[in-house]
Design a protein around this ligand. Structure first.
Ligand SMILES: [Zn+2]
Ligand SMILES: [Zn+2]
Length: 354
């Protein structure tokens, strides 16, 4: 499938390839233009973001090799302009400014049939199992496309996956008006979540991280309190800030086993926790606390079609700002530098332009 999409069409384009596991990515100027099928559109990529998932892919990429093949084009956060439309696609047109959801679903499994596409049993990821956006052009199934509101810039729209990922945990919470909320993690997704919490009327947003620069940014973007978990005991600090009750809601976005375990001790009785950070190992949990305190835990990953639409409207409204945490914009040719900066934690969010 992947190799087929890279077949010659006579035009050499710029793209970044993952050629095999464990060797990073390779910038090339001899990649062929993707061909679309009847249900896809071709999008000229204007800006593409690097997500934490892409860093794992850069370093290893083994799981991808099992599901698909090499070489493939990584990248799943992007915005661009439609240049071709497949013959079955009636609702989109050439020239439209768009972004796309990362998960390509099958459309006919039980979950797809039940309208729960997010749990599709044959899901494939753009930029991992299907060629992605680190290229001049990307072929995308039309069902994954979202049309951008006019006022949203390319650079912001390229981060819609980031904002949708930050918004999805809020859709899991039952309380409509948030009182005290803890956001574990002040990376790009955590910083979006901090802004969303304030937009939704949270009384106090507590942002927790271990990097001072990130916490500073969280403060600038609306966090009422920040906690450096390397310097103080985060659980005690949250208890103190909430009169010993704990927060009404805790959203875990780091994937750190310690943060996941702490989330149970930071939330109030009958409070809600959303886990959306990817935890690589199993976590020892005090399940007695969950039971005796009546804690509600929601699992959350990716986002739905509706989450994406809401995220784009939030961006258009100007209430959530993406620009403050984009630290670098680089050409695709500097992909190695981009990943280097991120791995050394010298960059917050990097955008690349083909
Ligand atoms: Zn992403
Ligand atoms: Zn399906």
């Amino acid at each position: 499938m992947l190799l087929e999409q890279l077949e010659p069409s006579g035009i050499n384009l710029r793209a970044v390839l993952k050629t095999k596991p464990g060797v990073g990515f390779e910038y090339r100027e001899d990649v062929e233009k993707p061909k679309i099928n009847a249900d896809q559109v071709l999008v000229k990529v204007m800006a593409t973001g690097i997500c934490s998932g892409d860093i794992s892919l850069y370093l290893s990429g083994a799981y991808v090799g099992q599901a698909a093949g090499y070489p493939f084009i990584p990248g799943h956060e992007f915005a661009g302009q439609i240049t071709e439309v497949g013959s079955n696609v009636k609702h989109l047109e050439v020239g439209s400014r768009v972004t796309a959801e990362i998960m390509v679903t099958c459309g006919h499994c039980d979950y797809c049939n039940m309208g729960e596409r997010i749990y599709c049993t044959s899901v494939r990821e753009l930029g991992a199992e299907i060629n992605g956006s680190y290229a001049e052009y990307i072929a995308v199934p039309a069902q994954n496309i979202h049309v951008l509101p006019d006022q949203v810039r390319w650079e912001d729209a390229a981060l819609s996956d980031c904002l949708a990922s930050a918004l999805h945990p809020f859709e899991k919470l039952s309380s409509e008006i948030l009182k005290n909320i803890v956001i574990l993690g002040a990376g790009p997704i955590g910083l979006c979540a901090t802004q969303i919490a304030k937009t939704l009327g949270a009384k106090m947003v507590i942002s927790i991280d271990t990097l001072p620069a990130r916490l500073e940014l969280a403060k600038q973007l609306g966090a009422d309190q920040t906690i450096n978990a390397d310097q103080v005991e985060a659980v005690k600090s949250v208890q103190k800030l909430t009169n010993g009750l704990g927060a009404d809601a805790v959203i875990e976005m780091t994937g750190s086993p310690v943060a996941v375990a702490n989330s149970i001790e930071m939330v109030r009785k009958n409070g809600e926790i959303v886990w959306m950070g990817h935890v690589a190992e199993s976590v020892a949990l005090k399940e007695f606390l969950v039971m005796s305190r009546g804690i509600h835990i929601h699992g959350c990953f990716n986002s739905t079609w509706l989450t994406y639409e809401r995220a784009l409207h939030l961006m258009a409204s100007g209430r959530v700002k993406m620009r403050p945490f984009v630290s670098h914009e680089l050409p695709l040719s500097e992909v190695s530098k981009a990943f280097d900066l991120l791995m050394k934690k010298q960059a917050m969010k990097v955008l690349m332009k083909p």
